[in-house]
Every structure is written in C-alpha cells, then in structure tokens.
Design a protein around this ligand. Structure first.
Ligand code: DGJ
Length: 726
C-alpha cells in the first residue's frame, strides 16, 4: 500500500520516496519527512528547542519548549503562535483572524481525487491513492481538508486543500495556499524561472537568505515574468547527484511561491493563488477548493527530478488524442505575413509547405473582423472577407486538398474597443466604472468571471469549430490583467474575480475539449506567458516563446525543461535575420533547436533557395524519425547554457538503445581543441555506435570521457549525434 497510517503517523510511499507527517499529542500535524525512503518513523527528528519569543499553545501547559513557531508544520494556520508565512489566513465574522488547525480525522481511498472546476492530475483507480486529512479550528468550526494524491509508480505526490466553513458566520479567506512544505535546515538553494516577454523561464539558482524570497505573478496569468514551478536543492546538488524537491502549481492565474528561511535555519515553502489579488467570502456551509500542486523529489540530482515531472505531465496531466501521440509538423503564417495576407498568400505558403512534407497550415491572427492591425477586431470572430474571399470553408477545402490539415488562431478572452462585440457589450470588458481602463496591446479583456460571457464565447467557438474542418486551435492571450471589477459580483465579493476569471477560462476550455476531442489545442500567451501545468491539462502543447531566435531559445528551452516535457514546447524555425533579435543563425541551427520541441516552421518558405527547401524537407524527415525518441525518451540537460558557452541536451530511449544528442556552441574560437561532452543515462556496460562515423564507444566511456563534438564553424553552430547500442 502506498499510504499507511500507524499511531497517527501518515506515510505516503512511492517507488523511491517517502512523504511522512504525524498528528502529535496536541493534534498538531507536523511534517516529518520528504525524501528517500527510510523504512522508519522520522519523528525522532522533531526537536523542541527553548527559543525566546516563540510562545506555546495554551493546551501545552508548562511545556514552554513546545511551540508552533519552531515545529515543522504540515499546513500552517495563522495568528496562533507560528510567526512564519502562513499557508492559510482568513477573517472571521467578528474581525479576528486566528486559525489554529488541529487534526480531526482522516480518510483513505483508491484512485486520485479530482477538484471541481480545476485541473488536476488524473490516474487510474489502481495507479493512485488519495489521503484526506481533516484539520479543524475548534473555536470557529472552520475545517481544512488536506488532500494528497499518491502516484506510486510515478514518484509523485499531489496536494490540494479545501476550506469548509462549518461556522454560522461567513468568513473572508485572505490567503489559501495549496502547498506548505517545511523542510529541515541545511545548505539549501532554490531555482526559480524569471523572465519577460520574449525571454521566459530564465533559470536562476540562488542561496536561501534568512527571511522570505518569492517568485510570483499578480498579472492574472502565470506570466512571462515568473513561472509557477520552483525547485529547492541542496547546495551540492547537480544534474546527476544530490537531493532536490520540485513543486509545480497547476494554475494559470496570479500565483505566489514564497520560501522562508527562519530563525532556526529551517525552510518553509508555500505556494498557491497570489493573495494580493484574492479574497473570497465563504458563507456558512460553503467550501473553497485550492488548485493542485505537483511534488516530486530526487536524491540523484535534477535530471531525474525533471524526468519525473515530464512523465507525470505527459501521462497524468495532458489529456486527449494528442497527450501522448505525435503532433503534426506545422507551418504558421504569423512571422511570414503578420496581418498582411489574403487567401492567395496563405495558399502559396501552404502549397510550398505541403511539397516539403509539412502536415498542417496554421492561420494566425488577422483572419477575422476588421483585424488589419492589433488596434481592432478582437471579439469579432467572423471571417474578414477582404482577406478570405471564400470564407474559412473555401480556404480550408483548398488546404485539405493539398493533403494538409488546417489550424486556426483565436484570442477568445480579449476584445478590441474597435469591434462589433465591444459596441454591443461594453459591460463585458474588464474595467472599473468611473475609471479609464489600462490597455495592453490596445486591447481589453473579457470578463470570464461572468458565466454569461463564458457561455457566449463557448457558443461562438463551438459554431466555428463545428462548421469547419479545423484540426488545431492556437489559443492566444496577449496582455496582463488589471482593473479587476465585475458587474457579476456584489461589492464585497470583488476580490473573488481574478480566481473566478480562471475558473471561467477552465470551464470554457473544458467544454471545448469535451466537444472537440480530435482538435489539438495549443496554448499561447504572447508566447510563453501562460506556460503552466494548469493550461497543459487543456492544451498538450504551448507556444514556448515569441522569441524564435535559436540562440535565445536554447536558454528559454533550458529553463522550460526543468518541469515541462519537450512535447509541451511549441518550437518553430523562423526567418533570418530573426525578427526579435536581428541575429542570423544557420538553418541547421534553427532546425536543431526547434526539434527540441513540438516542431514547426514560421516563415514564408517561398523565400528560401532551392537548397534551403531541400534542407527543410530533410529536417522534417529527420524530425519524424526522431519524434518517438524526442517525446518518449528520457531527457537530459548536458550543459548549462548560462555557464558553459553552449547548450547541449540529449534523449535516451527507455531501453537505453538509442541516444540523440543535440546542442549549440555559442562562440567560435580559433586554434582550439574540440569540446568534449559527457553523456548520461546510458548503459555503462553496452557499446554504442555513432551513426555518422560508425565509431564504437562503451557507454562507460561516453559517460566519463565523453564524446568529442564535431569540428564546428561560426557562432551558434549546432551539432547532432545519433548513437545506437551496437
Ligand atoms: C502572440 C503570439 O505569441 C504570436 O505567436 C502571434 O500569434 C501573435 N500573438 C498574433 O497576434
């Protein structure tokens, strides 16, 4: 059994890890352990120091060393003697704010729990167990139900919390985190992923300082600027060695991850909806469901941790036809035409693409309403007949006749003031009466916290997808959200709107996923501004970044790879000089970098020379040959692009018989030795043969001595090596 309970000690065991907690003699739920299996009750690690100004609960009597302020707590309440970051805080009907959570009962069940209205890891009855631990604040009768999903084979634990108001007065929830994880003192560092538009998920590893550090978004989206996934690792932890814990929040709105190193050097990590744009009125009898967080840990470095996240996201988060299957190689017209195209132009691009073996034409922004610039048209989801004279059906028919699938861009959540929709329904736009709204890319957002708006969008999209042979949808969203106000809620509930917006978005995506199970939904938010495990539940791939520059992409894709599988990463070859940076990488480099993702093109192929076209068709063939390995193989980061002057990565098949190594060396240097690259994850005893040279190596040699990279010339020179077990 993955979960066992003995003397109020709860042990959650996966294949290689143990998560343990204990309800002690005062009913305080203490966190005991998250790490390698120990076959032991870890409560001997609990210590009771006599620390001044760390008070004791009344029921501890004269035990002055018993303090909530020093114990590792499983889910910290607030205002009741623990002065570290709370996991939950609320205001009672009388204005007081204390919440002293004590163990009440537990429930154990087969299978994995789901969460109403929110994405959650799914698993078969036999693949997972659910543990619920009920905590209660006795004075107010507010309950917190902690939910744990234990996916034994995947080495994953999920957590979530439900707040239930059994009291007679309403309470206001000020903060409900999904995760609270107290870990012992040590030389900890954390890795978070910061960035900006065109430069998402830059991995930054920092020591923990005393006090609080934070990775967060208040933008209404998970954001380009921070990502809702962080790692805690021992200072000595590397890709291959040492202990680390990873947590990824399944949520696409504003979030907060805070890590606190306390007075005793102990560490607390909390994560959940960002409290700055959240409050929730919970009437008597009502429940609030927090989003889910996915946890895994590894005592063999970050590579293994990443592989566990890749696996759980592919097999237990992404759903539908495309969760595990190969995706079509696509051509997208955005960087080829921007808003300036007509049917003829799109057919020319598609025609050339089909000759080169590309599977699908994606028509991006500009096909609808009066959308000739980004100042107008959003919300008017009917065809712009100046551009597409025979409508969508005419265009799609011609593209299908070329043997290609067709995909279409939408930005359903947004509205332009210059649009028919806005003229008819200005009250549906997110803005505060009496104030001028902030515009982002000239546009406003629609109020998805209003069920009427969600319904409207559902019917509009369902009609278009139902009437046309559309096999892919790019779901874009191009601004940060502020000016939170909704006419759909009374004044004292306005703080609920940002979360209700996300619930509305999820409901819309859920309904469309259900109605169109054959359609591949690709998420997008100005590239990777909403790249999170929540969106991956509805969209198995997400456009990774609007930056298509191959050099920059190696950094972005490096950071993305810590949590998210390669199959989730939309990645395209675009034209040079690159439109975002002006840099010119070779077609070979652009192809290799884009192959470390869900592969496609985003340029006018008609502008290429005959040799380049031949190279494109060879890339498509090569990618198809590797796709199974790229999607299902174990992914390894072989370098740190921030430190090593190159990016290198590899996939090793589960049976370790195939290895594909790719990478980019950033700067050319004269009179130099070739670089050596150490591979990992091979069978040390086996022999491997390099496909290009025919040379034979042992796995042990490749993992210790490494392999010599080919001679390379020029900046941003890519390499690729394919080896098979001899
Ligand atoms: C932002 C996306 O990330 C781009 O790929 C493109 O679809 C534009 N929006 C279109 O407006």
């Amino acid at each position: 059994m993955a979960v066992s309970v003995k003397n109020n000690v709860f042990s959650l065991e996966t294949q290689n890890t143990l998560y343990q907690m204990k309800a002690d003699e005062f009913g305080v739920l203490c966190h005991l352990w998250y790490g390698a299996k120990t076959d032991c009750c870890m409560d001997y690690l609990l210590d009771y120091p006599d620390v001044g100004f760390s008070g004791s609960p009344y029921d501890a009597g004269n035990r002055r060393t018993y303090s909530l302020d020093t114990l590792p707590l499983e889910y910290a309440g607030s205002g009741a003697g623990d002065f570290r970051i709370p996991a939950v805080s609320l205001t009672h009907g009388d204005g007081s704010m204390a919440l002293d959570l004590r163990f009440q009962e537990y429930r154990l069940g087969k299978g994995k729990y789901s969460i109403p209205g929110l994405p959650a890891v799914y698993a078969g009855e036999e693949e997972a167990q659910t543990l619920e631990i009920v905590l209660k604040d006795v004075a107010s009768k507010v309950q917190v139900v902690l939910k744990y999903g234990v996916l034994e084979a995947a080495d994953v634990i999920t957590r979530s919390a439900v707040i239930i108001n059994h009291g007679k007065d309403a309470v206001i929830l000020n903060r409900v985190h999904s995760l609270c994880l107290d870990i012992p003192g040590g030389d900890w560092e954390w890795v978070h992923f910061h960035g900006r538009h065109n430069m998402e998920r830059q991995a930054e590893r920092m020591p923990l300082i005393h006090g609080i550090q934070e990775s967060a978004s208040t933008r209404g989206t998970s954001s380009h600027q921070q990502n809702p996934a962080v790692l805690l690792c021992e200072k000595t932890c590397t890709e291959q060695t040492g202990f680390c814990v990873g947590v990824a929040l399944m949520y696409s709105g504003s979030f907060q991850a805070q890590v606190e190193r306390d007075q005793l050097n102990q560490v607390r990590l909390v994560m959940g909806i960002h409290p700055a744009t959240f409050s929730w009125k919970l009437a008597s009898g009502e429940s609030f469901y927090a989003p889910e967080v996915i946890l895994s840990c590894s005592d063999r470095g970050t590579a293994l941790l990443s592989q566990r996240f890749h696996h759980v996201i592919r097999h237990h988060v992404c759903r539908g036809k495309y969760a595990l299957s190969s995706r079509p190689v696509l051509i997208n017209n955005w960087e080829a035409t921007y808003f300036h195209f007509d049917e003829q132009k799109i057919l020319e691009i598609a025609g050339q693409a089909s000759k080169l073996g590309i599977d699908m034409m994606v028509l991006d922004d500009g096909w609808f309403g009066e959308r000739d610039t980004d100042c107008s048209g959003l919300g008017d989801w009917f065809v712009n007949e100046n551009k597409l004279k025979d409508g969508l059906q005419g265009l799609i028919g011609r593209i299908n006749a070329m043997g290609m699938k067709f995909g279409l861009w939408f930005e359903p959540e947004a509205v332009s003031e210059e649009s028919r929709l806005y003229r008819e329904h200005p009250e549906w736009a997110v803005q505060i009466p009496g104030r001028k709204p902030v515009r982002g890319r000239y546009q406003l957002m629609l109020d998805l916290s209003n069920p009427q708006v969600v319904d409207y969008l559902y019917h509009v999209l369902r009609k278009i997808l139902g009437e046309n042979h559309i096999e892919y949808v790019k779901w874009d969203m191009n601004r940060s959200i502020c000016d939170w106000y909704t006419a759909a809620l009374p004044g004292d509930r306005q703080g609920e709107m940002p979360h209700r917006y996300i619930l509305g978005l999820y409901e819309l995506l859920e309904r469309l996923n259900r109605d169109f199970p054959e359609v591949l939904f690709e998420g997008c938010s100005g590239g990777g501004g909403r790249f999170d495990a929540g969106m991956l539940y509805y969209c198995p791939q997400i456009w990774c970044s609007d930056d298509t520059d191959a050099h920059e992409r190696t950094f972005i894709q490096y950071g993305t790879s810590f949590f998210y599988p390669v199959s989730a990463v939309g990645s395209h070859v675009s034209a040079v000089p690159n439109h975002q940076t002006g840099r010119s990488a070779s077609l070979k480099t652009r192809g290799i970098v884009a192959m470390a993702g869900s592969f496609g093109y985003e340029l006018d192929l008609n502008c290429l020379t005959e040799e380049e076209k031949e190279e494109v068709s060879e890339q498509v063939r090569r990618y198809r040959g590797y796709q199974e390995l790229i999607y299902n193989g174990n992914y390894y980061r072989l370098s740190n692009p921030f430190a090593d002057g190159m990016a290198a990565w590899a996939w090793v098949s589960a049976d370790r018989k195939q290895v594909l190594v790719q990478g980019v060396v950033f700067r050319a240097a004269p009179n130099t030795l070739r670089r050596r690259l150490r591979l990992t994850g091979l069978d040390g005893q086996a022999e491997y043969k390099a496909a290009d040279s025919g040379q034979i190596y042992t796995g042990a040699a490749l993992m210790t001595g490494g392999i010599l990279l080919p001679w390379l010339s020029g900046d941003d020179a890519a390499f690729e090596m394919y080896l098979t077990m001899a």
